[in-house]
Design a protein around this ligand. Sequence first.
Ligand SMILES: Cc1ncc(COP(=O)(O)O)c(C=O)c1O
Length: 502
Amino acid sequence: MILKSHPSLKELSLNSYLFSDESMNLYEEYIQKTASYIQQFLSNRTFYQGDNLEEILANKEQAKLVNIEGNQTIDSALEELNDLYIKNAIAFHNPTYVAHLNCPITLPSIIAEMITTTINTAVETWDQSTSATFIEQEVIHWITNVFNLSENSDGVFTSGGTQSNFMAMLMARDNYAFKHFKINIKQHGWRSEINKFRIFCSEKAHFSIQKSAALLGMGYDAVIPVKVDKKMQMDVNELVLAIEKTKQEGNIPIAVVATLGTTDYGSFDRIQTIGKVAKEHNMWLHADGAYGGCYALTNTHKDYFKGIELVDSITIDFHKTLFQPVSCSAFLVNDKQHFQYVSYYADYLNPIEDKDPQRPNLIEKSIQTTRRFDALKVWLTLKTLGTKTIANYLEEVHSLTKTVYDNIKDQECFETVHEPALSTVVFRYKTEGITEDVIHNSINLYIKNTLYKAGKASIASTKLQGNIYLKFTLLNPKNTINNLLNIIEMIKTTGEQYKITN
Ligand SMILES: Cc1ncc(COP(=O)(O)O)c(C=O)c1O
């Protein structure tokens, strides 16, 4: 019997919106059209040239999904989208953007993204991904080699540092419970002993450690913050004291997190010394290298990685310091056996009977099911730019950061707090004659918000001992010292303005 296709379905197929070989003409047309919107976006001279806050709030109306059965053309929807979003988007590649951990991205990574998105490979099982599986494995192999991990090491791509840190804390918990109490948490769930488990990290570690402990049922209180020294590195004597105290209280130290590049200060905890302490106490050693991990590629920062082979697990974010689009991150373990704590064999996806090392199913290492082929962008970047070029970029942003620091550290109107180890500078503007911190706090917030609103510069702020400080995060190797000193001058002028207007 010949089935007659339904006319409306046929129409849909003909107009090519449901992507297939019939879509090629439109695909090429819209790549061109999209490129012209992107070109307008890139031609902006500052990080932001969009609407002011009131206008953006008014745009909320425009974003509403009303009249969606109206069959709007792609052209008109794109026009609308341009006004609503593209024009208002923050340009991370612009040298006036010095706020958060957003890097400019490589062209090969964008090409890879287009391919990944268009082909839409899902990498959870071999039958859905074939060679993509091997490309991801190869990228993982490359990065485990960079860190000198064992032959048994392995890893998986994740959505970001938060997810990677979560996986590390989960494995630390489940491994300790199994090794020391024969508790199989994955199978049987909670046991009272787990209430006593404690995790140690520096007081400057990323909040995702606390968040993971909470999500894993252990609570924020299971995380013991360890004091840092003047360099913002975990004080290892304090760590030893904190572990002893925890034991005396009847609790059980199970893991230490060493941060390789703290979010605010870029400081590196001493992995070798911390690693020895962790091993003495049978604790899991996790290195959170979300920010600083890629600096293992440089010549300038090699020493910070001495002892890295002692780790049980590592977090590394390629969307922070390998110039990759969001999201692109990996979680690595020194012993791949630990992936057993997240593995699951689903009849419909990866039945255990079909297990074959030649056709690996990456789902067995992930807490996600459907997963993007994010490894491709790293692979294409490495093939085309190579690690030396990336290392040069990273060394360049570190050098720019040091120059900014050297420039402001002796100026009366600035107070700096640390010598940058990576690519952040934390400082505050200080008005002469003012001693109250509350006023300094207001002035520094005023500076940050005024420069942002005027589209002149996007600077971050953070708190140190309850007070507001400004922060530069420099991830753009195309930035120049002249531009950065110009932002410093704008900070001074705006700080002075506050005095006059308030
Ligand atoms: C040290 C550190 N760890 C983890 C994270 C979380 O990473 P993500 O934002 O990719 O989840 C960050 C983010 O800034 C970070 O700086």
